[in-house]
Design a binder for this molecule. Structure first.
Ligand code: AMP
Length: 292
């Protein structure tokens, strides 16, 4: 496994790499969720292809400076995890290499980014879309693996690839969870022991809501009222947002209609100072066709 820091070197290696080149973009502080994505990337690439993992803590997607400062940077442990999961190349550029001081172009998505995390984190998705565009141009992947935990990010990345005609396939990976259901996240390490125990109740609330839709409740206001009650009962938790949306367009839904609209419940909860996100599909057993 090689570590590449230079943008121009990554770009020339990415151009000549054995195909398929499967890419997993990350911000580091890697955990088992990332390892699962990388192992899946290895399978997709086969032994003949190339797996690239980027580790770049992108300052442009942090709207709160303290959040960026608190973000862990355990690069030695990250390298080991990447190696064990089957990575060929780590791309680990500096901030200066990615953003020359007179950088003056950014990419902005103007529809899907406005709600949910975009509403509570102004500028966040401009940073995400800009860095993904740069990484796609530098790494030159055939396939990019993204986690369903960040559902809005996944949806926006699909739109980016479609609207800017990147010859790239975005491949979603299901959320990897701790044994008690909490979605794995680099931010979980910031939870106090009590918050960590309480945090597992977020996914329990989401699962309960899904169960209610399967039993036949379709009215979103009724579903959200009881989910809200369950989330508010978690100690130290405050709800940032809680919405049921069409998972392809992120447009809020009034009804969960099985068999037609793929409905997804998305939530952001602050546990003390730590903001956690999660989501769950509500309407089961339907085929999803993303707009291409
Ligand atoms: P991050 O480093 O947090 O930006 O995450 C890098 C990639 O890993 C993104 O595509 C995330 O959606 C994905 N990811 C992070 N945590 C998980 C998880 N628990 N399950 C699945 N994918 C994840």
């Amino acid at each position: 496994m090689k570590v590449i820091e230079q943008v121009s070197l990554m770009q020339s290696i990415g151009k000549d790499a054995l195909r398929p080149l499967v890419f997993v973009p990350t911000m580091g502080a890697l955990h088992e969720g990332h390892a699962t994505l990388i192992r899946h990337a290895r399978k997709l690439a086969t032994q003949n292809g190339t797996v690239v993992v980027s580790i770049f803590l992108n300052p442009k997607q942090f709207n709160v400076t303290k959040d960026l400062e608190l973000y862990p940077r355990p690069f030695a442990a990250d390298q080991l995890l990447c190696q064990q999961a089957g990575t060929d190349l780590i791309f680990h550029p500096s901030v200066a290499a990615m953003y020359p001081s007179d950088t003056s172009i950014e990419i902005e998505e103007k529809d899907l980014s406005l709600s949910l995390c975009g509403a509570s984190r102004p500028g966040h998705f401009k940073g995400v879309v800009t860095v993904l565009t740069k990484l796609f141009n530098i790494v030159n992947p055939d396939q990019v693996l993204l986690g369903e935990k960040d559902w809005q990010q996944l949806t926006i990345a699909r739109r980016l690839v479609r609207d800017l005609n990147f010859p790239i396939e975005i491949i979603p990976h299901p959320t990897v969870r701790e044994s008690d259901g909490l979605a794995m996240s680099s931010r979980n390490a910031r939870l106090s022991p009590l918050e960590r125990i309480e945090a597992s109740k977020i996914y329990a609330a989401l699962k309960k809501t899904r169960a209610r839709t399967i039993e036949g409740e379709s009215d979103v206001s009724i579903l959200l009222a009881s989910t809200r009650r369950d989330l508010e009962a978690i100690s130290n938790a405050t709800i940032d947002y809680l919405e049921v949306v069409d998972e392809r367009t992120l447009i809020p839904l009034a009804k969960v209609l099985h068999g037609t609209t793929p409905a997804r419940l998305l939530v952001a909860v602050k546990m003390g100072e730590t903001r956690l996100i999660d989501n769950i599909r509500l309407a089961e057993k339907i085929s999803i066709n993303f707009p291409t």
